[in-house]
Design a protein. Structure first.
Length: 413
């Protein structure tokens, strides 16, 4: 058994055809059932379709009405949501920086269901294009339909669709950023700057780019971020940034520490420690230790002679391990890491346990929340930590075997 897990031989061509198809059929069935039983904007249980997206759309309405600071005021934002979706509807807090008010306001020009469909389909298309481009980096030819099948069968896709969330956009920006990093640093910098709507993800990536000496990409990212900030000030006023800053303590206390979204839904080390019974101080200590260890390993990885695809995949997975706040729908952003590691493995061979770890990380978004709910077992964080450790250890072994043979990520952009 252990030898099969080590070699990954159990994951043969037949299973790669059948299992993703089964997962995709399950996702299609779930989506069809929700849509067929929906009543207007609501599902059969009375929840807004695309749950989390409902508050994004409402934030857009508040912005269009001349109150871009309103989403950051929890009481006002909840009242606005209930005014649109009913007194008993689900309500959500707005925790994005003012940058994200721009797409929210643009989408709020449309009726709710049309806005939800446009958001999910447009960002899903970007996600698929990014993954197809990443897989074209492999010297081994992989049919496009197989890439699309695996990309759509990834269970995080279903979770992201169910929540109307931004995981597709996060995945696409990471994929395009790393594709363009070597040859088009300006484009890479822009892609990475656009990720600023997820400030909790802003630790591992800058460290990797600095260690890797990608100063032009960092400079372009800083310039793009400055332009974005000036644009947001012009469009939404300084009061939106003041409100965002004032809301940070609420986000930390209510969402992160008290787990208002539900600790089983959060896939961080901090949430894992809380699920296992740790108090807040101990959970922060565990998160700090893992963050420091992960960053140290990431520095080694990006200074090593490892293949650029391993470095990029390591940076993406490290992003999840270095933040106390990442949710199961955010795991959609792991897809570029899977594509990079699959590309590398197909070209040079998979290291010990890598195929098994990739398979586990692929299915974990489907299982992490229910298992954490039922057993208080944080398999999401454990799986991510295992995958990152294998990326680093396999890169180390590859450096010993192929000293000086690292290949740059061949951009197709």
């Amino acid at each position: 058994m252990w030898e099969k897990l080590r070699s990954g031989d159990w994951l043969d061509a037949e299973r790669l055809r059948v299992y993703p198809a089964m997962l995709l059929l399950l996702a299609i069935g779930c989506i069809a059932a929700v849509l067929m039983t929906a009543n207007g904007r609501f599902d059969v249980n009375g929840h807004p379709l695309g749950t989390d997206f409902s508050q994004v759309w409402v934030a857009g309405l508040e912005t269009l009405r001349g109150h871009p600071e309103a989403p950051f005021d929890l009481e006002r934002h909840i009242a606005a949501q209930r005014a649109e979706f009913g007194a008993d509807s689900d309500v959500f807090g707005w925790h994005y920086p003012p940058y994200f008010l721009a797409p929210a306001a643009a989408l709020a020009h449309l009726p709710y269901l049309e806005a939800l469909a446009l958001w999910q389909m447009a960002t899903l298309a970007l996600y698929l294009v990014a993954l197809l481009a990443l897989m074209r980096c492999a010297a081994t030819n992989v049919e496009g339909w197989r890439v699309v099948l695996l990309a759509l069968a990834f269970p995080a896709v279903l979770v992201n669709l169910g929540h109307g969330q931004n995981g597709f956009l996060t995945a696409a920006l990471l994929g395009f950023g790393f594709l363009a990093l070597e040859r088009r640093p300006a484009l890479a910098g822009l892609a990475f700057a656009l990720l600023a709507y997820k400030p909790q993800f802003a630790l591992a990536l800058p460290v990797a780019l600095m260690v890797g000496g990608h100063w032009r990409a960092l400079a372009f990212a800083a310039a793009a971020l400055a332009v974005m900030t000036l644009a947001s000030l012009s469009l939404f006023g300084a009061e939106s940034w003041v409100a965002f800053a004032q809301n940070l303590d609420v986000t930390r206390d209510l969402v992160v520490e008290r787990g208002a979204a539900g600790l089983p839904k959060i896939q961080s080390v901090f949430a894992a420690a809380r699920l296992l019974g740790a108090d807040i101080s101990t959970a922060y200590a565990a998160q700090t230790l893992v963050t420091a260890t992960t960053l140290a390993a990431l520095v080694w990885l990006w200074r090593s002679g490892a293949d650029d695809r391993a470095k990029a995949a390591g940076a993406i997975v490290a992003t999840f391990l270095t933040t106390p706040y990442c949710l199961d729908y955010d795991m959609t952003a792991l897809a570029p890491a899977f594509a990079l590691l699959a590309s590398l493995g197909l070209e040079r061979g998979f290291g010990p346990y890598m195929k098994s770890a990739l398979a586990a990380a692929f299915v974990i978004p489907l299982a992490a929340r229910p298992i954490a709910t039922a057993l208080s077992l944080p398999l999401g964080a454990i799986t991510l930590a295992t995958l990152f450790a294998l990326i680093v250890s396999n890169a180390r072994d590859a450096c010993f075997r192929h000293a000086g043979a690292a290949a740059p990520l061949r951009s197709t952009l």
